[in-house]
Design a protein around this ligand. Structure first.
Ligand SMILES: Nc1nc2c(ncn2[C@@H]2O[C@H](COP(=O)(O)OP(=O)(O)OP(=O)(O)O)[C@@H](O)[C@H]2O)c(=O)[nH]1
Length: 308
């Protein structure tokens, strides 16, 4: 047994879209609690991932990437992020190592600096596997310079690669060390507080995002309408029935998502079903329909219906 006190608390990952926040959250938790994609602005909800350790509990709050909002959805997401900042112990800003620090990053850092004094600021240099040691050194120096210019005192500056697993354990150690002493906040074994229907909808959305381009990724939303174990099944052969709707904004998008003779939708359903089966630990029957919610990203009523 070590003598270090038990610590627990909240760490929020922030950064511009595509900075690698969700991938890092999953790497730290050790399982997929947040979906990821190569499209910017994938994350639309606040996902809490929980890291359990003998010496503490780290609750990671993965947030949507902050950007200049172009739609009502964009505005709602930015508000959501700033609201979560007030409830955390540490704000960790992600700066991807393969990109120069830009005005968007500076704005995020500035806002993080307006938070209560007690909240600690950490800089994470993400995606270090994509660059060489010289570029990493330059990036770390840039982060430190941005800190001095904006008057931010970085509690830590940590380079990591969530993909390669480099320094992920070290980051967990350092973050835990910044948390207050306190009891566990979630039961042993809980890896996220997202309800199953939300996780399932997200896995379907992740499968649907793969291979679509331009505006379409932003137009896709998924809602699970029903999810229940099928009755009259033998105890050793359970089956989960899931009915979900995949929404797009326009008729032309519907055709793309469904594909030639339904081939694309079938493929999305198949890939999502495998992931959902993994998540829930039971075989799944997935009934997936594509519907149109016209211009939902800009329509308050539709946004409400879709859970924003
Ligand atoms: N090579 C490499 N790629 C990474 C790493 N971390 C994330 N990525 C990739 O970067 C892209 C964005 O990753 P996400 O984790 O979805 O980024 P995010 O910051 O959560 O993005 P938003 O949800 O848009 O805010 C994905 O294609 C990831 O596979 C990393 O450590 N190395």
């Amino acid at each position: 047994m070590s003598d270090s006190p038990y610590r627990s608390g909240f760490v929020s990952f922030v950064g511009r879209p595509n900075a690698g926040k969700s991938t890092l959250t999953n790497a730290l938790v050790g399982t997929k609690v947040a979906i990821t994609s190569d499209k910017p602005q994938t994350t639309r909800t606040v996902v809490r991932g929980i890291v359990h350790r003998a010496d503490g509990q780290l609750i990671l709050v993965d947030t949507p990437g902050i950007h200049r909002p172009r739609t009502l959805l964009g505005e709602r997401l930015n508000d959501l992020v700033e609201a979560t900042w007030t409830e955390v112990d540490v704000v960790a800003i992600c700066f991807p190592a393969n990109e120069k620090i830009g005005p968007g990053d500076r704005r995020i850092a500035e806002n993080a600096n307006k938070l209560k004094k007690g909240i600690k600021r950490v800089a994470v240099a993400t995606k270090t596997d994509l660059v060489g040691p010289e570029r990493i050194a330059e990036h770390l120096l840039d982060i430190s310079t941005v800190g001095s210019e904006l008057g931010i005192e970085w509690a830590e500056i940590v380079p990591v690669s969530a993909k390669a697993g480099d320094q992920v354990g070290l980051l967990a150690d350092l973050l835990l060390g910044l948390l207050p002493e306190g009891p566990p906040l979630y039961p042993e074994g809980d890896l996220t507080d997202s309800p199953d229907d939300i996780l399932v909808a997200e896995l379907i959305r992740e499968a649907a995002l793969d291979g679509v381009r331009d505006e379409l990724p932003h137009s896709i939303a998924v809602v699970v309408e029903e999810m229940a174990l099928r009755e009259d099944r033998p105890a050793d052969r359970p089956l989960m029935d899931i009915h979900a709707n995949l929404y797009v904004e326009r008729d032309s998008q519907k055709g793309i998502v469904i594909g030639h003779k339904g081939s694309r939708l079938k493929d999305v359903g198949k890939r999502a079903r495998l992931q959902i089966t993994d998540l829930l630990g039971v075989p799944v029957y997935l009934d997936l329909h594509v519907k149109i919610a016209k211009d939902w990203q800009r329509d308050p009523r539709q946004l409400r219906k879709l859970g924003f």
